[in-house]
Structure formats: C-alpha cells, structure tokens
Design a protein around this ligand. Structure first.
Ligand code: AMP
Length: 405
C-alpha cells in the first residue's frame, strides 16, 4: 500500500456493498470491517480519506417512474456505522462526482473521512466511463483500490479512474493485497495433496475454473446442483435434479481429461432427495445415479459426506467455493455444514484453506468456524476469475501507466 500519503487526499475504492434490512439497517457489516485497516492506515499517515463504493444495483432496480431509488440505495445508510467503527464523524457527500463531492473533498482535512454517494447512481459507473473516472480522479491526489469483490468489473471507480493517477500515486489496499497473496498461495505453491471443493447451482459457471484447477489440484470434490450434469453424463438416472443438458458432453470430456492427468474427480455417491423444491418436501436418501422421476437431489448424502470429509482430512491445501446442497433450506444444509467442519478441522491439522463465495462463507460463519479457516475471501466472482487466471480489470488498472486528460 502507498506510504506517501501525509498531507494528501486519497480516494479509496472500498466494497461497502452490505446487506440492509427493510429499515435500512446493516445486517452484516463484514465488508465494511474488512476495509477498516486500509482506511486507518491512510489516516495514520496523515491523509484525508475519500471513500467510494457501490451499494446494490440501483440502475437495474429503478422506481415505477423510472427514477433511481435514492432512499433504498443511498450510502448515507452506512455513515453512522462507519463513524462508530472509525471512531470519528464521517462526512457524507450527496453526490459522487458533483458539486457536493467536489466542495467537501476540497475542504477535507488530514485525518478526516468523506463518504461519497453510491457510485452506481452514475450511469457511467458500470460502463467504465472516462468522464466520470476523470471527475472522480480530480477529488484526490492518490488512489487506492481495496475492493477485491468488484475487481472483476471494469467500472469507472474500480478500474478506469486508476488510469488518471501516476504509478507512484496508486496502489492496492491492505485487503486487496491479502486477497492476492492468499489466492496466489493456492495457485503457485500449494502443499499436496491439494483438494478443491466446488458446489453451487451450475456447472456452466465453473467450467473454466475446473479446467484451470486441473493444472494444480490432486482432488476435485463436486457437489450441489452442478454434480447432476456429471452424473447424467455417466449414464445415471437423476430424476428431476438440476441439469444442464447442453453441458453433458463437456462434463464427460472434463472427467476423461482429469483421469488422463491422474486427478480424482469425486461425485457424491448418494444424495438426499426431495419430492419438490422446498424445505417441507418429503425426503429420502438414495444412490445419486438412481434418483426416481419426480424427485430431485438437494444435498449430498451421508456416504458422500463421509468420503468428502476423509479426502478433506487428508489434504494439505483446500480451496472451497459453493454449497454442496440447497444450503438456504435447513433440511438440505447438512452436507455443506459437514464440509465447513471438515475444512476447519483439516486446517487445525495444519492444512491451508481458502474459502470464497457467498454461501460457502455463510456456512463457515453459521457454524462459528470462521476463525478456523486460513483465509476467507471477500470475492465470489472476482476470486473465481482470478483463480481462472484472468487479469482482473481492477488489478490491471493499478499496474498501467496514467493518461493525461
Ligand atoms: P452458486 O451461486 O453457483 O454458487 O450457487 C449457489 C446456489 O446453488 C444456492 O442458492 C443453492 O441453493 C444452489 N444449489 C446447491 N445445490 C443445489 C441442488 N442440488 N439443486 C438445486 N440448487 C442447488
């Protein structure tokens, strides 16, 4: 992170995209807390800090009159809580790159913090608009990107804006650095055996990751809706389970390629099945390739839980993304919770574990095991793209030269 911030104004792009309840109270402040070390480090150097973030998708969820729903998506909802976490009175600008932001940034003093209004109120944000990025850059002398969760987006405040700062005046924040170091650790120097656990709804979202993982894992444990495309590809009867028929050939091809390279892809040998997609459905445990018509697999079964736990237990590096069942329903969250327990217990036995993606992180938090995981990523999509080997726009922009405007 930059160390030349004394007396400077620094624009920090944070990811404050936190969940709010109907009264606009923050229900999980993890993302705000994760950004505090970078903000504090800048303040300790004597900087004046200007914070930019998005919150939700205001452009996609406009009012019936076609207006931005300011009341719902304003970052003002976060001002008070942020003030208490930082133990100072955070100022708020009612716009992002307008007169209020400009005036307040101009008068901001060393040790003070200004929170800008939602970056996505600007139509140019998600288009990576140069005009918006140039205006944003005028608010500060330096730029820090600490928003790993949105680093895969080429938006004005996450990527384009960085092009308006010279190399010596821009950097990653402490959170971003940690995310990169930990993701690099599993990709570049994993201790073996290395096990990846992949769950979630769709195989189509994870194909590139599976292909990439074949370069460096020993075991891939597959669960969740995506497993049924693989099971069907092998000729299994999957009843009404989730399936992507257009990806069956690819699933088969991935399994052949894994075999050639001595990588073990595990599919759940049994499943907890339901007669409809609800928590109150009737339940049975059957072999995953013998699911009757009218029934669907919604969680990995007890045998699979046992096998997966054993593989995880014997691993020295573990990467986990995605729930292995419909984690939102209490009756189908057992497999995912068992994975969380196994990853935590293996970590206690000296394995390195990296968990990323909303539901897997919730499972770890819900089981009270978060402090037993080596690193919990704040990135879902961003982490996956990074692990796939893609250059993330938010990272690339810090590394590029600046442009004169
Ligand atoms: P993703 O966003 O791809 O990580 O997928 C997460 C979603 O997958 C969650 O909402 C889960 O409920 C869902 N999911 C997991 N397992 C299954 C399954 N067997 N059938 C249907 N949906 C599932």
């Amino acid at each position: 992170m930059l160390s030349n911030l004394a007396g400077k104004k620094v624009l920090i792009r944070v990811d404050f995209n936190v969940p709010l309840n109907a009264s606009f109270e923050i229900t999980d402040d993890t993302r705000i807390r994760k950004a505090i070390p970078t903000i504090t480090a800048a303040l300790d150097q004597g900087a004046a800090v200007i914070l930019a973030s998005h919150l939700g998708r205001p452009q996609k969820k406009k009012t019936d009159e076609g207006q931005i729903d300011i009341e719902k998506f304003t970052l003002r909802h976060l001002k008070e809580h942020l003030s208490s976490l930082l133990d100072l009175d955070v100022q708020f600008a009612t716009d992002t790159v307008g007169k209020d932001a400009f005036d307040k940034a101009l008068n901001l003093k060393s040790g003070e913090v200004l929170l800008l209004e939602n970056t996505r109120f600007q139509p140019g944000e998600s288009k990576g608009d140069r005009e918006m990025a140039a205006k944003l850059s005028k608010l500060a002398d330096s730029y820090i990107n600490d928003a790993f969760g949105t680093a895969h987006r080429a938006h004005a405040s996450t990527a384009t804006v960085a092009e308006y700062f010279k190399k010596e005046n821009k950097s990653f924040g402490l959170l971003m650095q940690k995310e990169i170091v930990n993701a690099d650790k599993v990709m570049n120097s994993p201790r073996r055996p290395f096990t990846a656990i992949l769950g979630g709804a769709k195989v189509s979202d994870k194909i590139q990751l599976i292909e990439k993982l074949m370069d460096f894992t020993d075991n891939i444990l597959i669960g969740g809706g995506m497993s049924f495309t693989f099971i069907k590809a092998q000729g299994g009867q999957i009843g009404n389970s989730l399936v992507e028929d257009t990806h069956i050939d690819l699933a088969l091809d991935l399994m052949h390629r894994a075999k050639e390279r001595n990588i073990d892809i595990y599919l759940p040998q049994d499943s907890i099945i339901a007669d409809n997609f609800s928590n109150d459905a009737n339940i049975k445990v059957v072999r995953s390739d013998e699911i009757p018509e009218g029934w669907m697999g919604l969680d990995i079964g007890p045998e699979a839980q046992k096998t997966y736990a054993e593989v995880i237990k014997s691993s020295k590096t573990i990467l986990w993304n995605g729930p292995v069942g419909v984690f939102e329903f209490d009756n189908f969250n057992k497999g995912t919770l068992k994975i969380a327990e196994s990853v935590a217990s293996s970590t206690e036995d000296e394995a390195f574990s990296l968990v990323g993606g909303g539901d897997s992180v919730s499972a770890v938090n819900q089981s009270g095991l978060a402090d037993k995981i080596s690193y919990i990523s704040t990135g879902g999509g961003a982490l996956l793209e990074y692990l796939e080997g893609k250059k993330l726009p938010g990272i690339a922009a810090i590394e590029t030269e600046y442009i004169e405007d």
